[in-house]
Design a protein around this ligand. Structure first.
Ligand code: PMP
Length: 358
């Protein structure tokens, strides 16, 4: 094996925001089924640690370009975390105040991360679900004249995936076929934007969409009502709370509706929450890829697809974020703080620096 050397990127970035996108596609070597080639697009490489950096940057810059956002105006958004962290990074770099509304049920480290990046985080009651945090953001925007980022409705969401994520996938698979592209959805920005391009330029690529088994709102066939601003006016009757943070809110977002209406997916799979946790842990412990629960759930869907995929198929799986965001969630249940029996045994296998058992 040759000695590794690096070359630098050959450029100096003017701002952290120029480091958004161009995330690597990485082969899965140890846990992929042997009949297929599995690759992941690892969005944790974005500077804010998730795919939502792309959307956050575009929401702010598109609004700056057409004057919807004034210098110094406060930005407000309802977000379960990654969009908030992305927006906080962008607002910090550009000097906009940011207020995020968030249901109290989401992980504590997400709140603290956003506050660390200079944002204000306003919690909403768990009982009111995603719909509660969403109505609160809307109300705050209306009453204070703040700029509502509207990730679930804005065209700036899917557009950035059409212009960045999709182009990166085409470039990274320019010399080979791409049989399957697998993704989940939160707002639906990733699937709607990437699918526009894949359907046009790579019609042979099968698009696989995944959702939580106990909140299979797209599979249900029922579309919630929306107002003239395309915002949901009711919660979805088939929604149940699920552990896959960032996936499937309690309504079908307008941004996702584009993918549904245009048949932008070839299969729709239901993933049980525990499978997402299992595969996230395996990606970390057996591939060294430290990623979140939704990534594990997307990977679980890809493993299902591999069961019936043709020999040698290339499968690309979206991994939306870093696992560091989940330390206080079920993803880390059973990960010990104190030494395990096995670790005690290693400690006692040599005489030096042993801990005293109390
Ligand atoms: N996984 C995680 C962890 C997320 O934060 C998001 C974004 N909400 C998604 C998946 C889905 O991405 P999108 O909103 O583009 O559908």
């Amino acid at each position: 094996m040759s000695i590794r050397q690096t070359q630098g990127r050959g450029q100096r970035y003017d701002t952290i925001l120029d480091a958004v996108g161009d995330t690597p596609v990485i082969r899965i070597n140890r846990i992929a089924p042997s009949n297929v080639n599995m690759f992941v697009k690892f969005e944790a490489f974005n500077p804010g640690g998730s795919v939502k950096d792309r959307l956050a940057l575009n929401i702010i810059e598109a609004a700056e370009r057409d004057g919807r956002l004034r210098p110094g105006q406060t930005v407000v958004e309802a977000t379960s975390g990654n969009t908030g962290i992305g927006l906080a990074m962008v607002c910090a770099a550009k000097g906009y105040p940011l207020v995020v509304t968030m249901a109290e049920s989401f992980s504590v480290e997400r709140r603290r991360l956003m506050r660390f990046l200079g944002a204000k985080v306003v919690l909403t009651p768990k009982a009111l679900k995603g719909f509660g945090m969403y109505s609160k953001a809307k109300e705050l925007a209306e009453e204070n004249g703040w700029f509502l980022a509207s990730q679930f409705e804005t065209a700036d969401n899917a557009n950035i995936h059409e212009n960045t994520t999709a182009r990166e996938i085409l470039a990274d698979f320019a010399d080979t076929k791409l049989d399957y592209w697998v993704t989940g959805y939160g707002t639906g920005g990733t699937v709607s934007g990437v699918a526009r391009v894949l359907r046009r330029d790579r019609p042979e690529t099968k698009i696989i969409l995944a959702e939580p088994a106990n909140a299979a709102i797209v599979s249900s066939g029922y579309t919630n009502t929306r107002n003239e601003a395309n915002q949901p006016t009711e919660g979805h009757p088939h929604f149940e709370p699920h552990p896959i943070q960032g996936w499937t809110p309690d309504f079908i977002p307008f941004v996702l509706q584009e993918a549904i209406d245009n048949g932008f997916y070839d299969e729709l799979l239901k993933v049980p929450g525990p499978d997402g946790i299992t595969w996230s842990r395996r990606l970390a412990a057996e591939e060294g890829i430290f990623t979140g629960i939704s990534a594990g759930a997307t990977f679980a869907a890809a493993v299902k697809i591999a069961e019936t995929a043709p020999e040698g198929a290339n499968i690309l799986v979206m991994l939306p974020d870093t696992g560091e965001r989940y330390l206080s969630t079920p993803l880390f249940d059973g990960i010990a703080e104190v030494m395990t029996d096995e670790e005690w045994e290693i400690s006692h296998s040599t005489p030096g620096a042993q801990m005293a058992k109390d």
